[in-house]
Design a binder for this molecule. Structure first.
Ligand code: 13P
Ligand code: SF4
Length: 347
C-alpha cells in the first residue's frame, strides 16, 4: 500500500516537473518529506516561497500558517495547497485577531504609543496584518533576536505574540530581566507577572507550543545523571527554565546543523518534535541521539499531512480539481506582507 502510494506520488511529480513545488518543514513525517523539493525551518520556507515565481502549484507540507505565508509571498497566479486542512498549529490557535485588538487597545491605554508589535510566524494572517498595520514585523525562531533588537531601535516596548517562551527566551538573551517582562492573559484580559508595570519592556502573550511544553528541567537533570557528558539541545519554544538549563537552543535548522557538525561519538539529548529527532538519529548513526522526553513528542497537527492526503492532493491537481487551496484575502495579505517583508529584508 505504502509503496503503491509512493509510486503514484512520484509519477505526478514527474509529470508536473517544475510547475509543481513541494516545500517541507523539518517536522514532517518521513513518508512525506521524501518528496519535498526543499526542506527548511520556518524562515527558510518563507524565503523559498518569496523566491519561487515559476511554480504554478505549491503543495505545502507543513501547517496552515506556513501555507498562508506562502500564499501571501507568492503571486496571484500561484496556487498554494495544504494536503489536510486540519493541519493547524495549537499555538497559532491561542491568539485570535479580536483578542489581539482588545489587548492592543488596553496596552496603548496603559503605556501610550511606546509599543512595537512583533508576531511569531506561528499565527494567523489576520494577526500578521494587524502587526503590519501597526509598524511591526514577523519573527521566526532563527531571527527573533535580530528582530527584537530592531524593534527596540524603534520604540521603548515590545508586544510579542503568541509564544511567551520564544519571547521570554529571546528578550532574556538580549539582556532584558525577567522583572522587565509581563504576560498578557487573553482570557482574563490582564497583565500578569510584573510588580512594577512602569519597568516593563516586553509584554508577552500567554501562548505556548503544546509539543515543546513537554520538555522539563527534571528530564535534563535525569538524562545528565544517567549519561554524564551528554549535550542537551532544545528549541526556544521550550520554557525559559529548560532553555537556561540546556547547553544549546535554536531553531530546527540550528539543531540540525549543530548535530551535523558534532564530532562522532558524542551524545545528544534533543528537545524538539519527534519526527525530526528520529530523522537525526537515523542520519547520524555515529552519534548517540535521544529525545529529551522519553515518551517522544509528536506534533499531532504536523502529522496530519500523511501520504494518503498528500497523494490525494497531487492526483486531484492532475484531474483539474484543486483541493484544499489556501487563499488569504487580498487586503489582509497586503498588510501581512508588510510585516513579513520587514523581517525578510532584515534576515
Ligand atoms: P522552526 O522550524 O522555524 O524552528 O519552527 C519550529 C516550529 O515549531 C514550527 O511550527
Ligand atoms: Fe505549532 Fe508546536 Fe506543532 Fe510547531 S510544533 S506546529 S508550534 S504545535
Amino acid at each position: 500500500e505504502r509503496s503503491e502510494l509512493e509510486a503514484r506520488a512520484r509519477a505526478v511529480k514527474e509529470r508536473f516537473g517544475r510547475r509543481l513545488f513541494i516545500p517541507g518543514h523539518h517536522y514532517q513525517k518521513d513518508e512525506v518529506i521524501q518528496f519535498a523539493d526543499a526542506t527548511g525551518d520556518s524562515l527558510q520556507l518563507a524565503q523559498l516561497a518569496a523566491k519561487n515565481s515559476e511554480a504554478e502549484y505549491i503543495v505545502f507540507c507543513g501547517v496552515h500558517f506556513m501555507a498562508e505565508t506562502a500564499d501571501i509571498l507568492t503571486s496571484d497566479d500561484q496556487t498554494v495547497i495544504l494536503p489536510d486542512l486540519r493541519a493547524g498549529c495549537s499555538m497559532a490557535d491561542m491568539a485570535d485577531i479580536f483578542q489581539v485588538e482588545r489587548a492592543w487597545a488596553a496596552l496603548i491605554e496603559r503605556f501610550g504609543e511606546t509599543i512595537v508589535p512583533l508576531v511569531y510566524v506561528n499565527s494567523t494572517a489576520a494577526i500578521k496584518a494587524f502587526v503590519g498595520r501597526h509598524g511591526g514585523a514577523t519573527v521566526t525562531s532563527s531571527n527573533a533576536k535580530k528582530m527584537m533588537a530592531w524593534a527596540f531601535s524603534r520604540n521603548e516596548r515590545i508586544f510579542f505574540l503568541p509564544d511567551q517562551h520564544l519571547g521570554r527566551n529571546t528578550a532574556y538573551a538580549l539582556g532584558i530581566r525577567l522583572d522587565e517582562m509581563a504576560v498578557w492573559d487573553p482570557h482574563e484580559e490582564t497583565l500578569q507577572g510584573a510588580d512594577d508595570l512602569d519597568k516593563v519592556k516586553v509584554i508577552l502573550w500567554k501562548g505556548h507550543c503544546s509539543v515543546h511544553e513537554n520538555f522539563t528541567v527534571r528530564q535534563i537533570e535525569h538524562i545528565r545523571r544517567i549519561k554524564p557528558g551528554i549535550h542537551v539541545i532544545v528549541h526556544p519554544e521550550c520554557s525559559w527554565e529548560v532553555v537556561q538549563q540546556a547547553d544549546y537552543a535554536g531553531s530546527t535548522k540550528y539543531i540540525i546543523e549543530t548535530i551535523r557538525n558534532a564530532p562522532p561519538g558524542t551524545q545528544w539529548a534533543i528537545g524538539t518534535e519527534m519526527n525530526l529527532v528520529n530523522r537525526l538519529k537515523h542520519e547520524h548513526p555515529d552519534k548517540e541521539i535521544v529525545s529529551l522526553n522519553p515518551y517522544m513528542c509528536p506534533c499531532l497537527t504536523m502529522n496530519r499531512i500523511d501520504l494518503p492526503h498528500f497523494v490525494w492532493a497531487l492526483e486531484s491537481l492532475e484531474q483539474g480539481a484543486i483541493v484544499n487551496r489556501i487563499t488569504v484575502p487580498k487586503d489582509i495579505a497586503a498588510e501581512a506582507k508588510e510585516a513579513l517583508d520587514r523581517m525578510l529584508s532584515l534576515a
